[in-house]
Design a protein around this ligand. Structure first.
Ligand SMILES: Cc1ncc(COP(=O)(O)O)c(C=O)c1O
Length: 396
């Protein structure tokens, strides 16, 4: 059959990470490619306990019934308090939508706002699945430069004036792929500027709880006085990605549109997943589990930074994140990280993600993203050593 797929799907292929996930099945490959939480951080015993209790409860049938699109009411209530930890105060249930992971929140925000041809500003580089998703709504992503403080505000304003964008998408805390964090002043300035020009902001926040050093920074949403910021938080990296739960916080009119969009997508997030998240939070399991996870990620990040210092060629530069799951590395420009990846995987048995896929406007061929949460400390040292050998060979 000669399929005529929709225009919007024409340029969409599997994302590089999705394709790379297939490699994780080969146990001899050390993967720095995905964004999986450490297997040892997944709360298997707690979820067994909670699930057992849910199944034994007299109202268990409720879990097997349809639920409300906006989410399990008790969970929505609890999430209003939960987001206070991101500096978002005064959220009411009408500001909150339970989502099937952060990815769905992004999808619903795009669905609610983006018409074909609308410009979406993104930090350059940014989360590659966002670029794919924006493409599927026929949005046009335009990169904004970033510096050590966050977004380059002069560049942001210039691009707003030039393109009249509908939206700005950003990951202000422990960005994927760079691991960098915007300062509080930068967030406030972005909130003010986007409000002034009527630009909707998606603040994507899957990583802020994974801080192993440095000071807490309030969310960009906490500086929103105009109602133009949609805050999206996920439990994937701090409870379980397989449980598919997250929360979107926005003005009630925006939440209502996203809720209608969600009806078309999945009617509601699975009740069992919502109840697991609800009980996990209600029983106070998050704080102690996070403390353990953050310690593990801090150690793994330390092991990767140390191995980079020890083995990588001196031309290799990289970020030094205070949290999250990624280090962003830069090779000399003559190295094409995409071309080198098959050799890294086949010969050195190490996987990374080539940096070019994270850039809206092309370029970035000499960058790589390295994940440090999934491999163990010994694998991190060995994997970086092997990658360094490959890079040194190519640079010689
Ligand atoms: C920046 C960013 N946003 C969103 C997601 C989607 O995560 P989930 O849908 O599991 O919450 C990810 C996953 O890696 C991510 O890195």
């Amino acid at each position: 059959m000669d399929y005529t797929f929709s225009e919007r799907m024409k340029n969409m292929n599997g994302t590089a990470t999705r394709e790379i996930f297939k490699l994780l099945g080969d146990p001899s490959i050390i993967s720095f490619a995905g964004g999986n939480p450490a297997i040892e951080c997944l709360p298997t015993e707690r979820v067994k306990e909670i699930t057992g209790d849910i199944c034994a409860a007299p109202d268990f049938a409720r879990v097997l019934q349809y639920g409300l699109t906006a989410g399990f009411p008790e969970l929505r209530e609890l999430l209003c308090k939960y987001v206070e930890s991101a500096g978002i105060t005064g959220a009411k249930t009408e500001n909150v939508l339970v989502i099937s992971g952060g990815q769905q929140g992004i999808d619903l925000a795009l669905k609610a706002f983006i018409n074909p041809g609308d410009v979406i500003l993104v930090e350059d580089p940014t989360y590659l699945a966002f670029l794919q998703l924006a493409n599927s709504y026929e949005g046009v992503c335009v990169g904004v430069r970033a510096n050590d403080d966050g977004l380059d505000l002069a560049d942001l304003e210039e691009k707003i004036k030039k393109h009249s964008p509908k939206m700005l998408y950003c990951v202000p805390t422990f960005s994927n792929p760079t691991g960098k964090t915007y300062s509080a002043e930068n967030r406030k300035a972005i909130a003010e500027m986007t409000a002034k020009y009527g630009v909707i902001v998606i603040e994507d926040d899957p990583y802020s709880k994974l801080r192993f050093k440095g000071e807490y920074v309030p969310s960009l949403k906490s500086y929103d006085t105009a109602g133009n910021v949609i805050f999206i938080s996920s439990f994937s990296k701090i409870i379980s990605p397989g449980n598919r739960t997250g929360v979107a916080v926005a003005d009630p009119a925006v939440i209502r549109k996203m809720e209608i969009g969600k009806q078309g997508t999945d009617l509601h997030t699975p009740n069992l997943s919502q109840m697991i998240t609800y009980e996990y939070l209600r029983r106070g399991y998050l704080a102690p589990d996070l403390e353990k996870a953050v310690k593990i990620y801090g150690e793994k990040k330390g092991a990767m930074s140390e191995a980079i210092r020890k083995y990588m060629p001196e031309e290799f530069e990289c970020t030094d994140p205070d949290g999250g799951l990624f280090i962003w590395g830069r090779l000399p420009e003559r190295i094409d990280a995409a071309k080198l990846l098959p050799e890294a995987v086949a010969r050195k048995k190490v996987a990374y993600i080539q940096g070019s896929v994270f850039f809206a406007d092309g370029g970035g061929t000499n960058y790589i993203r390295l994940n440090y949460s999934y491999a163990n400390v010994a694998q991190i040292e060995e994997g970086i050593k092997r990658l360094a050998e490959l890079f040194k060979e190519k640079l010689a």
